[in-house]
Design a protein around this ligand. Structure first.
Ligand code: MG
Length: 390
């Protein structure tokens, strides 16, 4: 056998990215094996995944362990500490963090502290704790690989490009399902419309964030940390076909772009194989069939969340953690039917105003800001008892 199989801990296995990872693993069984899986509440789906992958270990949310049906010999644990143990398991070569929301932060910290190679799809880790996380990656000997399509594209463009040739980065955004809706009707957009993404198939949270462009603001903040690039050298542009996944602008006025089908399995596969080259090719996009690619500036009147979250990122400290927690709380309330789409930026703005940011010196300070923002934002949603978070 040419390679020992790479053993993977997959955190957040039942979400959209998690399922994509399992698909890539299933098609490359000679290269990868699943050591462990985690899911918080989708226990039936997790149980099937444990069966199919032969994972030896699973972690579920509090109170779920007794209810998870698994073959004998599989270790099942529950709760946040068990998740951190999974992320730092010495018997694992690659940790994939595909958890949605700020509950992904602790496992990221645990994996990097243990010196792991971490394929990161959890945006909040870098949005809320970028400086801390990058510091841990440097000091712990771990390695961070982006799984997001934009960051994976930039990562690939930068590989082989000398740093002094790089001027700035441009992230593309599809503009989401509401990009052509008249401005005055945006506030009333219903859940069905918001979830009907024109180009990407993703989970609910990311799809709503992609309609509000909160997603893109968070990705700019991620890029700031991941590529050590100041905010004024990272831009965003609306590109409705989602074929150009991002660009690197070079000092001589030329640009590198990375193009491909909008299929998350491409960046997932790249991170799983890294530093090796993926062997399984996806279809090229047919340029002649596409005919044209379109680019437009980001209209901040259409996407108020973009400016709000980006401003919090520029402000630094715990401000981006507060913005991300407010957004997560507002999006949960929107998908549960408690607030309208137009209330999401209002909740983010008021939470940022009412929760004073502090220094992001350590995980506990960041998590405290996250909790306070959740509580304030929850109070603004009108949902009884605020918004559940586990
Ligand atoms: Mg993305």
């Amino acid at each position: 056998m040419a390679h020992r199989k790479k053993r993977i801990a997959l955190l957040g296995s039942t979400g959209s990215i998690g399922r994509g990872v399992l698909d890539v693993v299933a098609k490359n069984r000679e290269r990868f094996e699943i050591a462990s899986l985690s899911a918080w509440t989708s226990l039936e789906q997790l149980s099937r995944q444990v069966d199919v992958t032969g994972a030896g270990r699973a972690v579920v949310g509090p109170g779920g362990a007794a209810r998870l049906e698994v073959p004998s010999g599989v270790t099942v644990d529950e709760g946040a500490e068990a998740l951190e143990a999974l992320a730092s398991d010495p018997d694992v070569d690659l940790v994939v963090n595909a958890i949605v929301g700020s509950s992904g932060l602790r496992p990221t910290v645990a994996a990097l502290t243990a010196g792991k190679r971490l394929a990161l799809a959890n945006k909040e880790s870098l949005v809320a704790a970028g400086e801390l996380v990058m510091g841990l990656a440097r000091e712990g000997g771990g390695e961070l690989l982006p799984v997001d399509s934009e960051h994976s594209s930039i990562f690939r463009c930068l590989r082989g490009t000398p740093g002094d040739e790089v001027d700035s980065l441009v992230l593309t955004a599809s503009g989401g399902p509401l990009r052509d809706r008249p401005l005055e009707e945006l506030r009333e957009a219903g859940l069905d419309e918001v979830l009907a993404h024109p180009t990407w198939e993703m989970g609910e949270k990311v799809t709503v964030d992609s309609a509000s462009l909160a997603n893109k603001a968070m990705e700019v903040i991620e890029a700031r940390w991941l590529f050590d690039m100041p905010f004024d050298r990272i831009g965003a542009v609306i590109h409705r076909e989602s074929i150009v996944h991002s660009l690197v602008r070079l000092v001589d006025g030329s640009m590198l772009a990375h193009l491909g089908q909008p299929d998350m399995r491409v960046p997932i596969q790249y991170a799983l194989f890294y530093p090796d080259v993926p062997e399984r090719a996806f279809e090229y996009c047919g340029l002649a069939e596409l005919g044209a690619l379109h680019f437009e500036p980001v209209d901040e009147r259409r996407y108020p969340c973009f400016g709000l979250i980006l401003q919090a990122g520029r402000e630094g400290g715990t401000a981006p953690a507060i913005a991300a927690a407010a957004d997560e709380t507002a999006v949960e309330a929107f998908t549960a039917g408690f607030v309208g789409f137009g209330d999401i930026p209002r909740i983010i703005e008021r939470t940022l105003r009412d929760v004073p940011p502090g220094a992001a010196d350590g995980l506990e300070a960041i998590l405290a800001a996250d909790a306070e923002a959740r509580s304030v934002a929850g109070g603004l949603t009108g949902k009884p008892g605020g918004v559940d978070h586990n």
